[in-house]
Design a protein around this ligand. Sequence first.
Ligand SMILES: C[S@@+](CC[C@H](N)C(=O)[O-])C[C@H]1O[C@@H](n2cnc3c(N)ncnc32)[C@H](O)[C@@H]1O
Length: 294
Amino acid sequence: MISPLRYPGAKRQLVPVIEGLITANIPPPRLLLEPFCGGATTTLRLLGSGAVEHGVLSDVDPLVASFWKTAAFDSKWLIDAMNGLEITVAEWDRWREAEPRKRRDRALKCLFLNRTTFSGILHGRAGPIGGRSQTSKYKIDCRFGLDGLTRRINGVADLAATGRLLDVWRCDWRTALARIPKDFGSLSASEVLVYLDPPYVDKANWLYEWSFKSAHHTKLASVLRSGTPFRWVLSYDDTPTVRELYCGKDDHITLHVPHRYTAAGSEKRTVKDELLVTNLPVIPESERYRVLDV
Ligand SMILES: C[S@@+](CC[C@H](N)C(=O)[O-])C[C@H]1O[C@@H](n2cnc3c(N)ncnc32)[C@H](O)[C@@H]1O
């Protein structure tokens, strides 16, 4: 399962690590909620692999939530509309200015801008791929392959049609967490896993309209640490702020996950460290991470 959306900070390389954590905890969770879903990489892959039975996506950004709702439950309309799009800088300007009020139009705006804007950034200062003059080797439509996008959207629709992707919510993370006992009260705490991938501590203001300030990161930590009626896994870039909020507390475990990658346009391998924090009771041994708290 590959996401139709490109997302800054998509935590693709963490998915196998999260899958290992999930399968080590018996019984595995039945429901996965992703309240900062963005490109939804983790939920799509874990539903696709069968590691969890059911998933719910949620995001505060109306463009993102509308996209997932439409891809999941109204995919034929989305694919038809996508095929009618003109991928030009003039259209990019039009979509950037547009303030659609209807769910379908918001979904289309999300898809258009995500696939034609530098780094997939929906809001703010990022410009079209290839620049306004389109003199670069990569033009505005280079990430808009219709066959691939159609396959990916159909994949999301199939997850919904087979009852694996249950719903998409448009709300703040606190509202999403509060909905769990209301909507899924029949599930026990160990049957629900929440995967949280909040905006970056450093770059969030530039990347997302609904960015997180320091107080939001602190609030999230206090909610998770105050005891929750669900299990959770949280991912962050490794920064001093995050270590201060989560390391050395005995109600959860912090894992340090080094990630080696080759940056675009570079020959050099770079190491980017991530932290995974979780209250899952069983942490299997793995070469992919080391436990920081003990
Ligand atoms: C780091 S991205 C998530 C990336 C995602 N894990 C992926 O793989 O593509 C953060 C997401 O959180 C959303 N967001 C920001 N503030 C939020 C809030 N207060 N409540 C819920 N979602 C929020 C943003 O709209 C963005 O889509």
